[in-house]
Write a protein that binds this ligand. Structure first.
Ligand code: SF4
Length: 477
């Protein structure tokens, strides 16, 4: 059923409904939220940044962080007050919970939070107009099945105006779900089995984005380098093959992809890091632990040596590669020696950045059943040690950028007049004095200062980039 707006009394055009979407967690949720807004836009929904003014509030939730479901319930407590206030003004506010918590909790959300009208899992966003129509009519709706149809065939593309508003860097989901079943992770249960979108559909989406001004594209998926969508030749394409094809699209200057699994880094992907100029020298490659014992308990399906070997091959292909990673400390059974192995791995590899978290059990995952849980105080102490090591390497990597010249893709005005903010090839924010007309353009910038969270630089003459790069490469920078 497609929801249709009732015409406003005495007016030809329907009243727009105001839509507030709050996105938690990963880039896939950010992308999903955009596609929800794109799908609801033709139905008359207009986005608002003010939840109090919204006719529809969607919480697009994440199940990765600790006590994720509890945080959603406390947010729903706040939303309930807004809903009551709206009702006091004679306005009906529909509240929807989407994302991985919706998928994991289902009916339980309706039971615990009376303010919720709709619970919708990530595979059913294309059904949102109809589901919201039912919720607006007073029905309590739960949709957490894995439908047979492909939601990407039905979700509306963004309008040109919406794409322009979102900026020159965009995400495109190319793959969803995961078959790896790491013992700490809910993704295989909330997002389902690995599914790759056909290459032609991804290419068409990127062509539309590029025509609207997008210059940098990040291909996203829970296990993105397991991509195996059908290609133009009828065969399954790898992620590398897809990257090469997308690089041909006029206007696309930069490519990235995330999140990868070390086991799925194929030879052609490594070669792409060497040979495909649009592919940025930056890679997020989660390892989670440096201990083989813990990696096995996590069911990561790779060892420490496997990880080091993949990193070695990537760095041989692309010596400038800046690596980032994810770590979990205090996984059940982790000893001091296991933890020291993790710190040693950080010291050996020298990540340009990394995310690190204390292990916390996710209901329904095998690791949550393990009895050897590590004490919180031990986890706290280990996390602090690990984060100090990570921060040291991050600071060293940033410091190594001082005096270097590289292309920056300017994305938006900075905080100070005359300043623009962009991204380096390594994903660091870079601030520079530059004319506003350079938003959406790549320009060489020489890094002059290193701030805590961003680099500062000055525009270099265009010809400096290649010359300086040549010098840097010759000097082994
Ligand atoms: S590979 Fe990533 S998404 Fe898949 S189960 Fe492991 S942690 Fe979760």
């Amino acid at each position: 059923m497609t929801y249709e707006n009732p015409p406003a009394p005495g007016a030809g055009a329907p009243e727009p409904r105001r839509l507030f979407i709050k996105s938690y967690g990963c880039q896939m949720n950010v992308y999903d939220s955009q596609r929800m807004a794109d799908t609801l836009a033709p139905e008359g929904y207009v986005e608002t940044a003010d939840p109090a003014a919204a006719d529809v509030v969607v919480l697009n939730t994440c199940h990765i962080r600790e006590k994720a479901a509890e945080k959603v319930y406390s947010e729903l407590g706040r939303i309930r007050k807004l809903k009551d206030a709206a009702a006091g003004d004679g306005r009906r506010m529909v509240v929807a919970v989407a994302g991985c918590v919706a998928q994991a909790e289902g009916e339980e959300i309706l039971r615990r939070a009376g303010s919720v009208d709709l619970v919708v899992g990530p595979q059913s966003y294309h059904r949102l107009p109809g589901l919201l129509g039912r919720a607006e009519a007073g029905e309590k709706v739960v949709e957490t099945e894995f439908p047979v149809e492909d939601k990407f065939d039905i979700l509306s593309p963004p309008s040109r105006a919406a794409t322009r508003k979102r900026g020159v860097a965009a995400f495109v989901t190319v793959q969803e779900g995961c078959d790896k079943f790491c013992t700490f992770c809910v993704v295989p249960y909330t997002r389902g089995a690995e599914v790759s979108r056909p290459a032609a559909k991804i290419v068409a989406e990127v062509e539309r984005l590029a025509a609207a001004g997008v210059r940098e594209l990040t291909l996203i998926g829970q296990n993105v380098n397991a991509y195996h969508g059908v290609g133009a030749d009828g065969r399954d394409w790898t992620l590398a093959r897809l990257l090469w094809r997308i690089a041909e699209i006029p206007g696309i200057a930069r490519l990235r992809y995330t999140t990868s699994h070390p086991r799925d880094v194929g030879d052609d992907l490594i070669a792409a890091h060497r040979d495909l100029p649009a592919l940025m020298p930056q890679l997020h490659l989660p390892v989670q632990s440096g201990s083989d014992r813990i990696l096995a308990a996590m069911n990561r399906r790779h060892t420490r040596a496997d990880y080091l070997a993949v990193v070695g091959r990537l760095r041989s292909a692309q010596p400038e590669l800046a690596l980032s990673s994810d770590f979990i400390v205090g996984f059940p059974g982790e000893t001091d020696e296991d933890f020291r192995d993790t710190v040693r791995l950080v010291e050996t590899i020298g990540f340009a950045s990394a995310f690190s978290f204390k292990y916390s059990p996710r209901p329904g995952t095998p690791a949550a059943e393990l009895t050897e849980q590590v004490e919180e105080s031990v986890k706290d102490a280990r996390l602090q040690i690990l984060q100090e090591a990570i921060e040291r390497h991050r600071a060293a990597f940033n410091a190594s950028c001082r005096g270097r010249t590289f292309d920056v893709l300017f994305e938006r005005p900075g905080r100070h007049p005359g300043q623009l903010v962009g991204r380096s090839p390594y994903l660091q924010p870079v601030q520079a004095i530059a004319p506003a007309a350079l938003v959406g353009q790549l320009r060489p910038v020489t890094v002059t200062e290193i701030g805590p969270n961003s680099l500062f630089g000055a525009l270099a003459a265009p010809e400096m980039t290649s010359v300086q790069r040549g010098r840097e490469i010759a000097a082994g920078a």
